[in-house]
Design a protein around this ligand. Structure first.
Ligand SMILES: [Zn+2]
Length: 209
């Protein structure tokens, strides 16, 4: 009986070749993602924050060959901010139940790619021609959104809570400009929202002589 069960046990959805009797993917694949995320040094995470705030440059310059509507730099800032949120908050929260997630293999692959991108962003390498597919792919997903879509997007991908009222207010005081408006809607680029938040925070920071 045991042998039959082993032979018919479902295989891990990451195609690692191991059986996965308890869920979509096997525990070693979950551990691989967890270990990779936990091996990132705090200094690297801080470096990501500086890159996201445009206060530091990526360690390897030739990362970006695609441009989003606001230009590659802004989109990169946003993608790096989202990556920081993934590495420190979203992915660690997912790991305990990841093996049972219906899209576990996709999430596991994304975690491994995200860790790789973190290293490329923060550790200089001799091979400076490497184009980062994960970052480029993420940048392509960033498009202007209506407030109704933007509010959940900012919460899910960046861990940032904003309200429609705040967007209206920022628009009113000139902190943010819509990318375009249609008959019934205004559209904002997520990178502009991030910059508006950043600028607002900086205005509140005490002035140093
Ligand atoms: Zn596996």
């Amino acid at each position: 009986m045991t042998r039959v069960r082993e032979e018919t046990a479902p295989r891990c959805a990451t195609k690692c070749g191991r059986p996965s009797p308890y869920g979509e993917i096997c525990f070693p694949c979950v551990d691989e993602a967890r270990d990779s995320i936990e091996a990132i040094e705090p200094e690297q995470l801080y470096e990501l924050l500086l890159i996201a705030r445009d206060e530091a440059k990526p360690a390897n310059p030739n990362l970006i060959h695609n441009s989003a509507s606001n230009g590659p730099k802004d989109a990169l800032n946003l993608v790096v901010y989202a990556l920081l949120n993934d590495l420190t908050r979203r992915w660690p929260d997912m790991l305990n139940t990841l093996h049972r997630h219906p899209e576990a293999a996709r999430h596991q692959r994304e975690m491994m790619q995200g860790v790789q991108s973190c290293h490329i962003l923060t550790i200089p390498s001799d091979d400076s021609t490497n184009d980062d597919e994960y970052l480029s792919w993420k940048m392509k997903q960033i498009t202007p959104r209506r407030p109704d879509d933007l509010v959940p997007y900012m919460r899910e991908h960046l861990g940032i809570r904003i309200t429609r009222g705040q967007l209206d207010q920022w628009k009113y005081v000139g902190l943010i400009k819509p990318t375009h408006t249609s008959q019934r809607n205004v559209y904002y680029h997520p990178a502009d929202v991030l910059r508006a938040i950043d600028n607002r925070e900086r205005q509140r920071e005490p002035q140093h002589a």
